[in-house]
Design a protein around this ligand. Structure first.
Ligand SMILES: [Zn+2]
Length: 331
């Protein structure tokens, strides 16, 4: 059963797994994992329904057999949900869709992709409905003394998500959510599953996500990505893509240029997810780790006549990294 949000006991509010992760990394070490209950008020009141937060406390994904477990909320088999619980209602709606409304050739097929259920798919990425930008904090110092519920109030809370999440579509405005789906889809499934970015057309995931080297030839809104090297520059982070990009009006014709982005620690820490990002990037710097960067934004010439390009995003909500470490035999 797909559960998109849970009530976090320590924060005393309903959060999605990425908000839980941001709150977790906002804690001082040693951090204790959170307790989660069902987000549905009635279900929680009647059964004290426990659910489990998975991998929200991880910075690095261990890659075993190329299957990665993304942060998510999971049902706890010991505590059943009420029949009217929002997640059971949604699950039933999906079952109906799967059995009746689906195209004939899809009927009778296993309900989902290899690592993802149909109900876990994000259909729409709505970058323009962001409620809080990277510059949202107004001098609020996130001192260690602030209680978790105070910190929770600083974390972006998109009440709209709940309203818009129906059996017909699942929207997200936080890039990490869509990236998780993309990474869980196999190559053939990415050609089949579709995503709409903003008001753009529906595109297969395989086209909605585009390698950074194709930036200047891609049309319309896309999510660009590529492997990166992360380096520390004092307290800040320099992120450079491995792929070089041939910009139409830069340098000599056809010359491929470096693409990078520079993340100032101070600025990142102003964002609701900032402490997680800093912790994640600090891991990416370590030997034996490699990182992949996704962004929804633009590429511009660097101010200095340096023949370099820089990535510009409107909000850190539109920037996501995955950090991996290969484990086990390198057969
Ligand atoms: Zn429930």
């Amino acid at each position: 059963m797909h559960i998109a949000r849970a009530y976090c006991v320590e924060a005393d509010r309903v959060v999605d797994i990425y908000q839980a992760r941001a709150l977790f990394f906002a804690l001082d070490e040693p951090r204790r994992r959170f307790q989660f209950l069902c987000s549905d008020d009635a279900c929680r009141a009647a059964n004290a329904t426990r659910v489990t937060g998975v991998n929200y406390d991880k910075l690095v994904e261990d890659e075993r057999d190329r299957v990665v477990v993304k942060p998510h909320v999971r049902m706890n088999q010991e505590t059943p949900h009420s029949t009217d619980c929002e997640w059971l209602v949604r699950e039933r709606a999906f079952e109906v869709l799967d059995s009746s409304a689906a195209e004939p050739e899809r009927r009778g097929r296993a309900p989902g992709y290899r690592h993802l259920k149909f109900s876990d798919l994000v259909d729409v990425f709505s970058p323009d409905c962001v409620t809080t930008s990277a510059t949202h904090s107004e001098g609020t110092e996130s001192s260690g003394a602030a209680s978790l519920s105070q910190k929770a109030s600083e974390v972006k809370y998109d009440a709209g998500l709940q309203r818009r999440q129906s059996a017909n579509s699942t929207r997200a405005d936080f890039l990490d959510t869509v990236v998780s789906v993309y990474e869980l889809l196999e190559a053939d499934e990415r050609r089949e599953a579709v995503l709409r970015i903003g008001r753009g057309p529906k595109l297969p995931y395989s086209r909605a996500f585009c390698r950074v080297e194709h930036y200047f030839s891609a049309r319309g809104d896309r999510i660009f990505h590529g492997g990166v090297r992360v380096r520390l520059h004092g307290p800040n982070f320099a992120v450079r893509f491995f792929d070089r990009v041939a910009a139409p009006n830069q340098g000599r014709a056809g010359e491929a240029l470096d693409v990078s982005l520079y993340l100032k620690r101070e600025t990142v820490l102003e964002h609701w997810n900032g402490k997680f990002l800093i912790a994640q990037l600090s891991e990416a710097v370590k030997p034996g780790h490699y990182a992949h960067c996704y962004f929804f934004g633009g590429i511009q010439p660097h101010r200095a006549p340096s023949h370099r390009l820089i990535v510009v995003v409107e909000s850190l909500d539109y920037l996501a990294f995955t950090v991996r470490r290969r484990v086990g035999g390198d057969g």
